[in-house]
Design a binder for this molecule. Structure first.
Ligand code: GLN
Length: 486
């Protein structure tokens, strides 16, 4: 059985184990088994063992801090002072951060045990963790398949028990889709809830950090510890940290308190048969349990993928311009000392194919003459999609869909077909464009033992109710299947 944050907290209170004993358990699992999964870019063995020893001494003083001594990993996109932050790119393979990200700063104040950095798609561009410079991550449920992406290393490590929870980022689905593929919980908060300070930018108007965890309660505990205003991020919302865990465990609520909306037209895009069957069964059950389920329409959501693939590459082309080998990143001596040539050389060799494709797409849609036709138009459609959600939330508390239209696919299956890869995010991207909180929880397994996830999208800043609905569903679904041996 995998341990949740709540289990670890209880274990410490009852003195079942010490931080040092617990960290050894995780480290030896990683050492023995991560060679098959490749979920880490770096493990901080010595440092975390030393930290655990310090925590051994103050264990009894931390009864109210659920994160005390909890082994956690971070997607390799979050800066941790004096540690490498590679974004799984050759461009940053030797880059060492000289300050902490806000997310890590907050977690370290809670005395988490930082196990290391998780593998990811290069610069968070991808849905399969196959674009990493350090090689792909494998899905612990079936190592011939992808774990999803871009936070695939985070999802695989939590799913395999190589960390108790991980922080990922979600620009178009990168927390929820890998959570779904790996049979765990993944939460993308409302845009602006979590500071982006010290998180390497992909698409700044969409990027949002959030937890990948073993339960809805654990996701809530992490959410509460990383939220709150941060003046170093100009889009950080001026709000106090959330207090969702407390509401989850102390309030009384049931299915009859909530109305779920199902965008059935959007789901006509073609779901995998097993996913469709399981989803329909769930809807029937929900009704039996007293929930109201109504059909809703999100007429513009079908344009979400097209819109996203203008906005995200445009912002990426601007954000990634700093990686030129002079200001940041990989550099090689140029033969004749020509500056332009050295930029070209560094960027051609430092970035992988997918990142270069996005930079070119983005540069094109921002270029003069095309800006109005592409970027400006995309921004307008983004607003229409937001309006769709606003209308829907006047009648429902959350919107329910599968997280992904398909099951975890085979490594290599889509690597050379970017369009197919992009379509995998069709159900996750709308929440990013509308800046809404959205969570994926496990719904069950397919006949081939592959995880299927269900996604709930909540109203702006309504994480508390979103988590309550997710928690009710989690109890009802009761997903307890153990990972097969790998
Ligand atoms: N898969 C999407 C992409 O490739 C989303 C990535 C993300 O959320 N970081 O851009």
């Amino acid at each position: 059985m995998k341990r949740t944050i709540e289990d670890i907290h209880k274990g410490y209170s009852k003195k079942d184990f010490s931080p040092s004993e617990l960290i050894q358990e995780y480290l030896s699992k990683i050492k023995n088994l991560d060679t098959k999964i490749n979920s880490y870019t770096e493990v901080f063995d010595d440092k975390v063992v030393k930290h655990a020893k310090e925590l051994d001494k103050i264990l009894h003083k931390n009864e109210n801090n659920f994160l005390f001594g909890v082994p956690i990993s971070l997607k390799d996109i979050f800066l941790v002072k004096d540690e490498k932050c590679t974004c799984s790119s050759k461009m940053l393979k030797n880059y060492v951060s000289n300050y902490d990200s806000c997310v890590y700063e907050k977690l370290s104040k809670r005395n988490i045990l930082l196990l290391g950095k998780n593998n990811m798609d290069e610069f968070a561009m991808g849905s399969s963790t196959e674009t990493s410079f350090f090689g792909p991550t494998m899905n612990p449920w079936d190592i011939s398949r992808v774990p999803g992406g871009s936070s695939g290393g985070s999802a695989a490590s939590v799913s395999a028990g190589f960390s108790c929870a991980s922080l990922g980022t979600d620009t178009g689905g990168s927390i929820r889709q890998p959570a779904s593929f790996c049979g765990i919980v993944g939460l993308k908060p409302t845009y602006g809830r979590v500071s982006r300070f010290g998180m390497i930018a992909f698409s700044s108007s969409l990027d949002q950090a959030g937890p990948l965890a073993n339960s809805v309660n654990d996701a809530a505990i992490i959410l509460d510890s990383v939220t709150g205003f941060d003046s170093r991020d100009s889009t950080s919302l001026n709000l106090k940290p959330t207090n969702s865990y407390n509401s989850l465990i102390n309030d009384t609520y049931s299915f009859s308190d909530f109305t779920f909306g199902v965008p059935s037209k959007l789901l006509e895009i073609g779901l995998d048969d097993e996913i469709k069957y399981k989803f329909d069964e769930l809807i029937k059950n929900l009704k039996k349990l007293g929930a109201k389920v109504i059909d809703i329409d999100l007429p513009y959501a079908k344009y979400a993928v097209a819109t996203y693939y203008i906005i995200a590459p445009s912002e990426a082309s601007s954000n990634l311009s700093r990686f030129d080998g002079i200001r940041y990143g990989f550099s090689e001596e140029s033969e004749n000392g020509d500056l332009i040539e050295s930029y070209i050389n560094n960027r051609s060799k430092g970035f992988g194919e997918e990142v270069k494709r996005r930079i070119m797409l983005g540069t094109y849609s921002l270029s003069s003459g095309y800006y109005d036709a592409y970027y400006l138009k995309a921004i307008k459609v983004k607003q229409l999609i937001s309006n769709d959600f606003k209308n829907a939330f006047s009648n429902v508390n959350s919107i329910l869909t599968p997280t992904c239209p398909e099951l975890p696919f085979k490594l290599g299956e889509k690597k050379n077909d970017p369009l197919k890869m992009y379509l995998s995010d069709i159900l996750t991207i709308p929440a990013n464009l509308a800046q809404l909180p959205s969570i994926s929880i496990p719904l069950g397994l397919s006949n081939q033992n592959l995880p299927i996830g269900i996604q709930l999208t909540g109203n702006r800043l309504d994480e508390v109710n979103l988590l309550k609905m997710a928690s009710l569903l989690e109890k009802e679904i009761n997903f307890t299947k153990e990972l097969p041996k790998f």
